[in-house]
Write a protein that binds this ligand. Sequence first.
Ligand code: ZN
Length: 791
Amino acid sequence: MGAPSTRAADRALARPRRRAVAAAAALVALVAVGAGALLDLRTPAPRAADAPAGEFSAARAYGHVEVVAARTHVAGSPANDQVRAHVEGTLRGLGLETEVQDTVAPEAGQLSGAAGGATLARVRNVVARLPGTDPTGRVFLVAHYDSVQSGPGGNDDAAGTSAILEVARALTAGPRPRNDIVFVLTDAEEACLCGAAAFASSHPLAADGGVVLNLEARGSTGPVIMFETSRNNAALVDVFGRAAPHPVGTSFAVEIYRALPNDTDFTAFLDADFVGLNSAYIDGGAIYHTPLDTAAALDRASLQHHGDNALGLAREFGRVDLTALDSGHDATYFPVPGGLVRYPGWLILPLALLALAAVVALGWLARRRGRATGGGLAAGFGLALLPIVVAPLAAQLLWAAITALRPGYAELLDPYRPTWYRLAVLALAAAVLFAWYALTRRRVGPAALAIGGLGWLAVLGVLLAVLVPGGAYLVTLPALAGALAGLAALSTRIDGPWPVVATTLSAAVAVLILLPTVVLLFPALGMAMGGVAALVAVLLGLAALPVLDLLHPRAGGQRGLVALRARRLGALPAVATTLAAVVLAGVGLAVDRFDAAHPAPTHLMYALDAGTGQARWLSHEEDPQPWTDGYVDGVTEVTDFPGLGDAELRAGPAQAADLPAPKVQVVADTTAGGERTLRLWLVPQRPVRLATLHVDAATATVLRAEVAGRPVPVEAREGRWGFGVVFHAPPSAGVELTLTVAPKAERVALRAMDASDGLDGLPGFRPRPPGVGVVGSHSSEMLAVARTYPL
Ligand SMILES: [Zn+2]
């Protein structure tokens, strides 16, 4: 576009050889920066068992992992008692004041959140204290020692539990810290975060709040990411940046996590006004909550990363004045090689506006210099939206196609070997960008398109600054760098190779910020949301457009055959990346097949009505695997098992097992002033993970309710079972409930249900063949028995 320039730089790049050299040099520089950024995300080498006493050793911590994750140990189970005994014994053995908090607690947050009704659990937290020399407050190291019902939790959260035991050992081996350090190994996190809620709301050591460091795992490998903070995190993040040996964390992750439905124990602490940091490793998500989450599946380098950071942070938070941690604002932060960049939240909007102003100034200067027309700039801005929209869509379509070919992926957080698919998405994003560029470059011109791309980055930066402030840096800083480089390149003062140097530097800023984001987004969101990574990849491409332009023949000036050849060459990157996307997706399908070590996940439950003798197989699978198809047919709404929630399930007939429903024993039954008060015991007749009780809304309205002596909210839910209680890890003696109701019928109908785990031994159940696995979910392999009691 525009008049052919006579400037030296243009003349230099007009020669294909010089242009190729410039392109190669710029790309080598960017690849080096990208490699540096990715190496910075690497996990540290695991330290051996004979590492110095003051250091964290993954080998020593792994010894605990093997004990904690020896078996599945769901809250309330005898296996969990053994894990608790090991944790308690280890902490006591270090000379720490250690106790078990044994209580009944509601779930974190509001009581009525769960599908089945008000949720509580009997919990037993292990709490140990290392008293400080001159405390300004308390530091809490938190992980949950229980596992899900469907696997031994080798990572989730034997990793966190074992890391804390090893950190406790390292801390007690050194001089005592100034502040109290409290080790809290919680129970029933998987059920309802009830252990953490019990500690945060009612333990004496929690009365004054403090700093919580929560350690989690949602996968089996990868760097430990500090992904969640309390509000006003600037001072906390500052400690994280200087005291964690390998600080990987971004203010963007915090924003993403706040938007996701996930919860950890950390939520319970935030509800109780603690401050703190939440960290987890999240790659290798295929095994999350499955029987494959074993001790052997744990990556010791991730464990070392967890421990190094936890120990560094415990020492620093143990040293600083904890009364000065509320900074009044959130910080923006992200990792770069050698540390954590951070700046205060009040800078976010001014920076975003500055970036926008710089891009506008660049457009103005490009017009003045004859590099673009007003119309060209408008076209460039409009057209730059295309790849931003198309690349994520294409990535989502690609994954939809792959999932259609391999339906088992729908039930996995991520494939077992996702790398090929991730590369396919990146190649696809690149293909969209290159194709778009090849089609628009000649007509609109490189300058207008580059400025248009920066324009979108800057506009998104302002939008994010207002809506998602912690994420604004992702686009604001590359836009600002790109605009400044463009202004420099167009200024008459710099010449020769310097414009290429300037644009390469600004592209390096984009690579430094956006490449780690792309790489971390894949495991964070899973392939099913690969479009988000594709979007960020395209933004990176737009920020680096002037460098990518060097891969194309010089714009303008060619005629006839030369122009034709140039156009063909211009299509080359698009063709190559499209081909790469197809090949990579194909390799992914060939490499990541389901087999005995990487089984196709299936979901099955069994529900028996002990009153009617009717039994059913139930599954959450939307598109059932062949194995599941042997049990279930059509979709049904399951209404007579309110403890399973209100979900639509696939169901099929099953033989009735000889299993007892929980008993409802009436201790007292009094009526006064139109209100009937029932004092009941709900008593499971077999070892179970949870028990539920629901009241038929057609027979009574519940006015007040107490569970184990604690009032619970009674607001009625939609449907037949208006009021309900879910009690996890019920004692074998049962759970005491007091219901005060306004009767609507002569008899009040109560539905009692309990659930254990494991389908082996049920009539008609055929164990899974090799290659068929279990979906990682809180209802996998659940065996529910229910009965209606008219009282
Ligand atoms: Zn979990």
